[in-house]
Write a protein that binds this ligand. Structure first.
Ligand SMILES: O=C(O)CCC(=O)C(=O)O
Ligand SMILES: [Fe+2]
Length: 335
């Protein structure tokens, strides 16, 4: 079945009723092209039908995750005045701290009940010139770091780099899934334009206002998100085609990968950018770490040829990746 026929079938069908696929990545770097191709079919199925999947054997060491989690807990335990010194509304281009209720992902809602810390690519050994960032255009801006927490930068960046490595292994699979050469995205993802957020969701107790939840219903902005969620706490939910919210619980040893709008636009909706939200009614604090992996900010999101045909004409206006992300961040943070 052609890619476009598969996309059309997914749009008509009752697919994606109750659960999200799990893909084992142990063969992602296999020397055998047939093995990589077979893996890409599983990825294609998940991307065309669901836009969300779990990955096992993802390669991010458990110790790296544990370390990032422990500094995240220390960071969010700082007094709010300390955290507000790096208020995302006063720092260059959406870097730093976003307080509880300062973001609003669902325009119908009244604010997201989480706080977060946001940053993008930086070498672990700080360099005077951040070579990856020279073409960031609308998204230019250096990271900021809490000085009072010595280990935060290193632990957060170590996780960042491990997640970026995973992301780089995913792009060839996405390319194969789109009937493109495996290296199709290489020259469009040279600068690892990935944004990471470390998130803390206080528990929501007592009467719950449906317009104030952990993170309101939204789609992500970039190509795909690699999400670590704290084990044992259900919060993330994904909207299926029947408009039912499906739980996406943490599964030990896995990460969630979900597609975002850059991929939806680039693939003319052959790949689905699926609506999701998170509500923490567990009674305890919850932490999560999404890393949003986008294309380089100067890339134009022109529809990929295998995703357009005579009866599936381009659906989106062509924009550069950086302009798109910046507009969405402005809408989310209201500035
Ligand atoms: O915390 C989560 O599970 C989801 C976070 C999320 O959807 C986001 O930051 O875009
Ligand atoms: Fe999201």
């Amino acid at each position: 079945m052609s890619l476009i026929d598969a996309a059309r079938k997914a749009e008509d069908a009752e697919a994606f009723l109750k659960s999200l696929p799990i893909i084992d990545l142990s063969s992602v770097s296999s020397n055998d092209p047939a093995v990589r191709k077979a893996l890409s079919y599983a990825v294609r199925d998940a991307c065309v039908n669901v836009g969300f999947f779990y990955v096992r054997n993802h390669g991010i060491p458990e110790a790296t995750i544990e370390h990032a989690l422990s500094v995240a807990k220390e960071y969010f335990a700082l007094p709010v005045e300390e955290k507000l010194k790096l208020d995302i509304r006063n720092t260059p281009n959406f870097k730093g701290y976003n307080p509880i209720l300062s973001s609003n992902n669902d325009p119908e809602n009244d604010g997201d009940l989480h706080e977060g810390f946001e940053f993008s690519w930086e070498e672990l050994q700080a360099k005077a010139k951040n070579e990856k960032r020279v073409n960031d255009g609308a998204m230019a801006g250096a990271n900021v770091w809490p000085e009072e927490l010595a280990g935060f930068r290193e632990a957060a960046l170590t996780y960042y780099h491990a997640a970026v490595e995973l992301g780089k292994k995913m792009f060839p699979l996405f390319a194969l899934a789109l009937n493109l050469p495996e290296d199709y995205f290489d020259d469009k993802t040279k600068n690892s334009a990935a944004i990471m957020r470390v998130l803390h969701y206080p528990p929501q107790t007592g009467p719950v206002d449906d317009r104030v939840i952990g993170i309101g219903a939204h789609t992500d902005f970039e190509c795909f998100t690699i999400l670590w969620q704290e084990p044992g706490i259900q919060a993330l939910q994904v909207l299926n085609k029947q408009k039912q919210w499906i739980d996406a619980p943490p599964i030990p040893g896995t990460l969630v990968i979900n597609l975002g709008d850059q991929f939806a636009r680039w693939t003319n909706d052959v790949f689905k950018s699926t609506v999701h939200r998170a509500i923490n009614r567990s009674g305890v604090r919850r932490y999560s770490i999404p890393l949003f992996f986008g294309t380089d900010y100067d890339v134009k999101l022109e529809p990929i040829p295998s995703c357009i045909s005579e009866d599936r004409s381009p659906k989106y206006e062509v924009v550069t990746a950086g302009d798109y992300v910046k507009e969405r961040l402005k809408a989310t943070y209201g500035h």
